[in-house]
Design a protein around this ligand. Structure first.
Ligand SMILES: [Zn+2]
Length: 318
């Protein structure tokens, strides 16, 4: 059966059925760094994932040519700015402003975003008075950012040693972590570009999510681009290893449309289908006061239980 999670001893792991496959020899977990015999998690796409026996994070086989794949990412499609995202970005930046007030004094705050996509977050930050810079692997997206007057370099923070002598008050990495086969060196490079006391904010899918536990191999987040799927514990250990003190790690979001789709035992949702279903659900929730209350309650529960689909983390340098 696919989607089952077994550990080296063949015992049941989080959310999986008992089975007898193991992940073979010990491997060093890219998140917590510990070397143990991993469990194995089969997936409809992107697997099999090796599951760390220490922190529970999952690593895919990594069959993509990383640099080439992302250089051509969205070659002719640069996303439009979204009002909903603008609202979320304002909230992130407001918190970053509070968290860095003590180290900035009257200095203009500075922000680095890794994987800045169409540049919307950087543009929102600039509106709020931040000095901003971004890194983006996709040439089309980087060009788009520069056309809107943003300082964005097309490259890889790690490989190209960008912004080496600059120090930022805050750094943001949204939904990038899961694309990195070995995220800790990138996180370390990011930390080294922060001011002492500077903060980092990142989001990434949660391998411990309720949806992954319920949908197993058919969870739409599992695919070949997502080579590193963290748990809260894996993320906590990664931050610590990169000399980032955890301010907060939590989880949020549940994609009810996907759960309903999955319970019909249908094939996993494609990324575009998943996004459309999530947008549809968002519209319905926004239109109903009762659903908004339900969503707020659900988010509190998800945050407390770490079962939400997205992990969110704030860390502080030094
Ligand atoms: Zn681990």
């Amino acid at each position: 059966m696919s989607g089952r999670l077994t550990n080296a001893a063949g015992n049941e792991g989080a959310g999986g059925a008992v089975g007898n496959r193991t992940g073979g020899h010990a491997f060093a977990c890219p998140l917590c760094g510990l070397a143990r015999r991993p469990g194995l998690f089969e997936a409809a796409r992107g697997g099999p994932y090796r599951v760390c026996a220490a922190c529970g994070s999952a690593s895919g086989p990594g069959t993509l040519d990383y640099a080439r794949h992302y250089a051509d990412y969205f070659p002719d499609l640069v996303a439009e700015d979204s009002p909903l995202l603008a609202e979320r970005y304002h909230a992130i930046l407001q918190r970053a402003e509070r968290l860095t007030a003590g180290i900035r004094g009257t200095r203009t705050p500075s922000l680095l975003e890794v994987g800045c996509g169409n540049g919307q977050l950087l543009a929102v930050a600039r509106e709020r008075g931040w000095r901003v810079a971004g890194v983006e692997l996709s040439a089309a997206q980087a060009d788009h950012c520069r056309a809107r007057g943003l300082e964005v370099v097309c490259g890889d923070l790690l490989g190209d040693d960008l912004f080496e002598d600059r120090r930022f008050d805050a750094a943001v990495m949204l939904e990038v972590f899961e694309h990195l086969p070995n995220p800790r060196p990138t996180l370390r490079a990011l930390a080294s570009r922060l001011q002492p006391g500077g903060v980092v904010y990142l989001t990434t899918p949660n391998f411990s999510a309720l949806a992954r536990r319920l949908l197993g191999a058919r969870w739409s987040v599992l695919h070949e681009e997502h080579v590193t799927l963290a748990t809260a514990e894996g993320l906590r250990r990664s931050l610590r290893d990169c000399r980032l003190a955890t301010i907060e790690i939590g989880s949020r979001n549940v994609n009810l449309a996907e759960l309903a789709h999955g319970f019909g035992r249908r094939a996993p949702m494609a990324g575009s289908q998943r996004a459309a279903a999530a947008a549809d659900a968002r519209d319905r929730i926004e239109a109903s006061a009762a659903l908004r209350v339900l969503k707020a309650i659900l988010n509190v529960l998800l945050r407390a239980s770490n079962l939400g689909e997205t992990l969110v983390a704030w860390g502080r340098n030094g």
